[in-house]
Every structure is written in structure tokens, then in C-alpha cells.
Design a protein. Structure first.
Length: 295
């Protein structure tokens, strides 16, 4: 059928189809040698449908071409969808934090008025902002999705680091100061972890295992993992918890594993990191126990 007919049948434009032809994403079945008109078969609509779906999910055309060229593999497509989901979730968290900052700035200007020379402190979190950030911290299953994507992108020579952070005596915070302050402490720890992970580890993922426990995974050797963990602890020691209503200076324990693993072993490595965290707890608050791992 003519390009105009194929375009109308699939609710796309002929211009789009010509562009897909030019980049080798969707080639016509025939091109008239005299007129240059392109022709398509109706069964090509299946491939076009996948292209449209993936494009609407923010896959680039080059990514779609690589993913759909040649024999398609369901597992490979699922892995790429998981990777894209992680990217979107990370971007969403960034936008949420910007939205919270905007809300706080609007509230500040409404309350105090606008003065160019007035110093504005956006670090003090309003409780509504705390709840919004807390509920969007990646949960355990989202973390495992991200972990699978990271391990899948690594070679057999790459080392994977997984470490857990547990807030020391967190229950006492809720008991002494209430759950709202507890939420602020959770968010404060998450933001400290996030800033240090972004500083030292590329392509890492953070998640909340449960309650007051966090998980981090990255392609990183032991020295870099220890450096990141120590930097987190150093920043926690400097953090003014009284500014968020917690009169007790908080600490944490960090335990983790570093080793060469393949994708099927990632969940087991994450579970085994619990024992490393336990050994860090044995040494008291602000202790680190990073150990070698063999799957």
C-alpha cells in the first residue's frame, strides 16, 4: 500500500515514516524506481506499533533501532524497560524535590515578602515536603529492578558493591520526638546518602529496604565503596539534627559486600549483605564493615 495509506491506517504521518526509512528504523517493502514512492505491507504495522509505544515511553530512536533490529528477545526487552523505568523514577525524584523547594519558596515569600538581599534558607523542610519525598524514596522492589539493570550492564571483570545503612536507635526518635520528626530524620539520611553516592559512585541506585534501613548498589571496587560509606558517616556526624526537631545526634551502621557476580545472584548478594551490617552493628554506631563476596 502507498505510504499515505499506511500512515493513515496507523495514525502517524508520512513525514514520520520517511524519517524512519532514512534512519533505517522502518524500511518500506518497495520503492518505485521512477517515482521514488514508498510502499508498505500491512503486517509492518506490528513493528510500527512497537516503535510508537517505545517512543512514547521516552526511548530514543537509536535505542529503539538497537532494541528491535534483528530477532527480538523478550528478556532483553524487559531488561531495557526496567532500565527506562529506573531512569524515569530517578528523574521523577529530582522533579519532586524541585517542586518541594518551589512550594517552600512560595510559602516563604507569602509569609516574609520579597527582598532581593534577604537570605533564604531552603534546607529547612516543611512537613508536607518531607512526606512527599519520603513516599517517593525507591522501595525494595524498585531497588532490585535498578540493581538488576546495573549488574546486567557490567562485564565479568567489573566488581559490584552493595551496602546497607541502618540508622542507630531510630525507634527512640519516634518514641521521644514523634513520627513527624522520625520522618524528617529518614529524609535527612536519604538526602545525605544520595548526595554522597552521586559524588563518588556513577550509575548507582539507592533504595529503602524497610523502616530505617537503606540499600546502595554500584559498579565499584572495595576502596571506593568504603570511601563513599565513610563520607556518608562524616556528613551525618556534621548534620545538625536539632534543626529538624531531633535533639539527639544520630548515627548509623554501614555493612556491605564487594565482588564479581552475575545477574541471577544479585538478590542473594543483597540478602547476604545483612550479615555484614550485623557485624558493623557489633562495633557500635558509625562503624563500617565492607567485605569481599563470593557468590
Amino acid at each position: 500500500m502507498k505510504i499515505s495509506e499506511f500512515a493513515a491506517m496507523n495514525n502517524v504521518t508520512a513525514k514520520m515514516l520517511r524519517h524512519y526509512d532514512e534512519i533505517g528504523l522502518l524500511k518500506p517493502t518497495a520503492i518505485d524506481a521512477e517515482t521514488g514512492y514508498r510502499s508498505y505491507e500491512s503486517n509492518q504495522a506490528h513493528l510500527l506499533n512497537w516503535i510508537v509505544i517505545l517512543k512514547n515511553l521516552d526511548f530514543s530512536l537509536s535505542e529503539i533501532k538497537e532494541l528491535l533490529s534483528g530477532p527480538t528477545d523478550g528478556f532483553r526487552i524487559i531488561q531495557q524497560l526496567i532500565r527506562k523505568r529506573v531512569e524515569i523514577h530517578s528523574a521523577l525524584n529530582v522533579q519532586i524535590q524541585k517542586k518541594v523547594a518551589i512550594d517552600r519558596l512560595i510559602h516563604f515569600i507569602e509569609k516574609e515578602g520579597f527582598e532581593m538581599d534577604k537570605k533564604v534558607d531552603l534546607l529547612l523542610l516543611e512537613q508536607a515536603g518531607v512526606h512527599e519525598i519520603k513516599k517517593n524514596i525507591p522501595n525494595f522492589e524498585t531497588f532490585l529492578d535498578a540493581a538488576s539493570s546495573i549488574v546486567d550492564s557490567c562485564s565479568a571483570q567489573d566488581q559490584i558493591s552493595v551496602f546497607r545503612l541502618d540508622i542507630s536507635h531510630f525507634k527512640q526518635v519516634n518514641d521521644d520526638y514523634g513520627f513527624e520528626v522520625g520522618d524528617k530524620v529518614i529524609v535527612a539520611f536519604y538526602q545525605v546518602i544520595e548526595s554522597n553516592v552521586q559524588r563518588y559512585l556513577s550509575g548507582a541506585a539507592i533504595g529503602r529496604a524497610h523502616g530505617d534501613e537503606f540499600l546502595v548498589i554500584a559498579k565499584a571496587e572495595e576502596q571506593l565503596c568504603v570511601q563513599t560509606a565513610q563520607s556518608i558517616i562524616d556528613e551525618i556526624k556534621r548534620f545538625d539534627f536539632s534543626s529538624i526537631g531531633c535533639k539527639k545526634q544520630m548515627g548509623c551502621y554501614i555493612g556491605g559486600l564487594v565482588g564479581h557476580i552475575q545477574l541471577p545472584a544479585i538478590r542473594q548478594m543483597v540478602e547476604d549483605s545483612i550479615e555484614s551490617l550485623s557485624r558493623a552493628r557489633d562495633n557500635g554506631p558509625n562503624s563500617i564493615a565492607i567485605e569481599s563476596y563470593r557468590a
